[in-house]
Design a protein around this ligand. Structure first.
Ligand SMILES: Cc1ncc(COP(=O)(O)O)c(C=O)c1O
Length: 484
């Protein structure tokens, strides 16, 4: 069991359950059971969570207890609930349905394939000049051994200045340079999470973070994000207080995959709640440089931290280039020293030349990042336009930043659609890849990192196979590819 949902919380999640489509023909208990199944399928209600007692839910919903009893009975019969006398009822999925959230890595060998599995831009034109300038700088380092476990000082200073400019005073000794944000997460987990430790993550979340957590055999609980509204403050804070995880991994800026931006008030409350229950927060700021439409950013989550509870991670991959493999951790200076000690058992240090390239790119940050935002906004709008035209039944919340949108499909077909799309040359990352339990089949992440013409072409192909899907039946699944 991973926690408990109270009657009022479930009532809030259920919302207008009695007015769901097809409702007129079904009795109350069946509608209630259907609504609970819907929440499970969308990952809004975690698996293994204890539902409220029948009387409590009946009171919260202002319906009769017999209706709740009948709904729970139906959920047991359909395999969505397990009950033990005196101990309560837990959510589950029929047949222990599980889909691996982390696929095997296979190289993208097909150049004709439009790859919507990877949410990252091609390198900016400024990269070559930065690489040449870095090569010119290299002699300054050649006299030493070249091992800098926390990173070269120039880059640590540049990254620290970036935080200070965002209103979070930071010194270079609070920064450790890593080989990408993913590496930063792995190192933080090695330091902060004993094998088997408990972690709270968003659902949906970034699949490779789940892979890193699997590497620590973490016991994971989820907070389900609403597709249209993001975090539900009371539920998130309630989960922290109830499960008291060792660590919580959150993506407050343009969350991958949903694109939501966490408001300042919730950041402050999450930090306070985490401190109260002894939870460390790992805040992934991968997309912080990419607000679109002039969206104002709330203060960094670590601004609300008074007790070194927040470790921020970020990197160059989203605004600049994934191929650079440069990321970082921002933490207290003693934590950085401890991370460096962990790192010597892993990879010693990041390449000096690549760090110098990063220094030159950061020196040109305002121009490069402004171009990226313009490019991303135009590509996002092309994608939205194509979706509205070709797949008008899909529901989409327009992301105000980042590089992805989270489409709510017209049925639980995400994996089937990904299989069918592969045959027409489009690689997709289906909804279940972003969760733990094989749920999220009604969702699909679509990045807008490819040129507009590719996005429009891809949507056309997806629309064609979507309408064929029901007739053609199951497709053969090729190996899952890398998702980033
Ligand atoms: C939320 C999030 N964290 C981490 C990463 C990995 O970033 P990096 O390439 O810097 O390792 C990504 C890349 O997609 C991401 O979306």
């Amino acid at each position: 069991m991973t926690g408990q949902v109270r009657g009022v919380q479930l009532a809030r999640l259920l919302g207008q359950w009695h007015a769901l489509p097809g409702r007129r023909r079904s009795p109350d208990y069946a509608a209630l059971a259907g609504a609970v199944r819907g929440l499970l399928a969308d990952g809004r209600l975690p698996l293994g969570v204890r539902l409220p007692a029948e009387r409590e839910l009946a009171e919260a919903l202002r319906i009769s207890r017999t209706t709740v009893t009948a709904a729970y009975r139906q959920l047991r019969e359909t395999g969505h609930l397990a009950s033990r006398r005196g101990a309560g009822s837990w959510t589950m999925l029929p047949g222990n349905h599980r889909v691996a959230s982390t696929g095997l890595w296979t190289p993208l060998d097909d150049r004709e394939m439009i790859d919507l599995g990877v949410a990252a831009l091609a390198a900016p034109p400024q990269l070559l000049a930065a690489a040449r300038a870095a090569a010119e700088d290299l002699p300054r380092y050649l006299g030493g051994a070249g091992y800098h476990p926390t990173g070269i000082i120039e880059l640590r200073e540049a990254v620290a200045d970036g935080y200070t400019a965002r209103g979070l005073p930071t010194s270079a000794d609070q920064i450790m340079v890593t080989s990408g944000t993913q590496h930063a997460l792995d190192l933080v987990l090695r330091l902060a999470l004993a094998p088997g430790g408990s972690v709270l993550v968003e659902s949906p979340t970034y699949p490779n973070a789940l892979a890193a957590l699997a590497g620590r055999r973490a016991r994971i609980t989820t907070h389900g994000l609403a597709a249209d509204a993001g975090w539900e403050s009371d539920l998130l804070l309630g989960s922290l207080r109830q499960t008291r995880p060792k660590l919580a991994y959150l993506i407050p800026e343009f969350q991958n995959p949903t694109g939501h931006l966490m408001p300042a008030s919730l950041r402050e409350r999450v930090v306070a709640a985490a401190h109260a229950v002894g939870t460390d927060l790992v805040i992934d700021e991968s997309f912080v440089d990419l607000p679109l439409d002039g969206t104002e950013l709330p203060p960094p989550t670590a601004t609300f931290d008074r007790h070194s509870r927040v470790v921020s991670i970020g990197g160059m991959s989203k605004p600049y280039w994934g191929g650079l493999r440069i990321g970082w951790v921002r933490a207290s200076a003693p934590q950085v020293q401890r991370l460096a000690a962990v790192r010597v058992g892993v990879d010693m240090a990041s390449p000096v030349l690549d760090q110098l390239v990063a220094v030159h790119l950061l020196a040109d940050a305002p121009a490069i990042v402004a171009d990226r935002r313009t490019q991303l906004a135009a590509q996002r709008d092309a994608l939205l336009g194509a979706l509205a035209h070709r797949l008008p039944d899909w529901r989409i919340t327009v992301p105000r930043g980042g590089v992805t949108l989270w489409a709510e499909l017209d049925g639980p077909v995400s994996s089937a659609l990904a299989r069918a799309a592969e045959d027409v040359g489009v690689r997709l990352a289906p909804g279940p890849r972003f969760g733990l339990d094989g749920t999220l089949e009604r969702f699909l992440r679509l990045p807008f990192t490819l040129p507009a013409a590719d996005l429009v072409e891809a949507v056309g192909r997806i629309a064609a196979v979507r309408y064929d899907l029901d007739r053609t039946g199951r497709q053969r699944w090729r190996e899952p590819a890398v998702i980033a």
